[in-house]
Design a protein around this ligand. Sequence first.
Ligand code: F6R
Length: 352
Amino acid sequence: MVYKDGYEHFMLKEIHEQPKAVRDTLCAYVKDGVIDLSHTSLTDEFLRSLDRIYIVACGSAYHTGAVAKYTLEQLAGIPVEIDYASEFRYRNPILVKNSMVIIISQSGETADSLAALRLTKEHGVPVLSIVNVLGSSIARESDYTMYTYAGPEISVATTKAYSAQLIALYLFTIQMALSKQCMSTCEADALLMELDTLPTKIEKILEDKERIQWFASKYANAKDIFFIGRGIDYAICLEGSLKMKEISYIHSEAYAAGELKHGTISLVEDGTLVIGVLTQQELYEKTMSNMIEVKSRGAYLMGLTTYGNYNVEDNTDFSVYVPKTNPFFMTSLAIIPLQLMGYYVSVAKGLD
Ligand code: F6R
């Protein structure tokens, strides 16, 4: 499988493999329209007994955890704490009774994540790992493992494993909500049907990549890029910003939109690119008002939102639309243009 298949770089190839990674991960755990976690050994009785979840990971895997905090708390009503593995392992965490730690890792070998797993086990708390590499250390040492089916990821900057982790976390959330009777089977069916539409919607976004390429080449000389959003949109910003800085070497920060004004806004000057992520309808106006604040300081604004929100063009200089889906699943779609942005900016800069 280790070929570039005509793509210029593995990263671009893997960006295009995301519909398949999403489909394969869904197929692994949804049988005849019903979630089946029997391979992971997780039971409904065990899930019902949990009062708190800790999610521990590094980098992009942590960013999928940041999304899952919203889905698990809102849909399954369970409190969630998230930690960078490198912090968790040194902070003497207090792990309450009836809790579980979820370790998320593509490779299953990241040293801090593995150390966090071992520390959790010393506390006698069960661990569920969400891992892409079969038989990796994290998978082997966990009590429960939910594999993602992204296939081998060659690019150092993760894309398809990130997308597959999101799917595993959505499915885990739905099963948790069902076990805790926070969700009816009808509601779960509707969510599963929506998940089924994601691969086709991702394909549709990928078809429009030339527009992102054009914009990325225009902004290849940017000095700083800010990504702002609220709620799940903020979690999307974290990953968009990491993709950008990791491969384009442009300084970039993700900010919770409402927090920007508490100091950091002083860095926004004439021409600074600010990318606003506006996929969560109930937070749209709030984030937009933060975007207008930075515009008054001379920022160049890009808005990323869903089809239908065309009024975004009233205030932004460039807008990107993605198809609509359930707000809890928006990350799976909104991240695609941001991955493409990072990739095309680095290509435009002539980076390897
Ligand atoms: C970013 C990236 C890293 C990894 C992180 C964790 O593009 O790939 O941030 O997400 O190093 O790695 P895993 O998931 O293998 O534990």
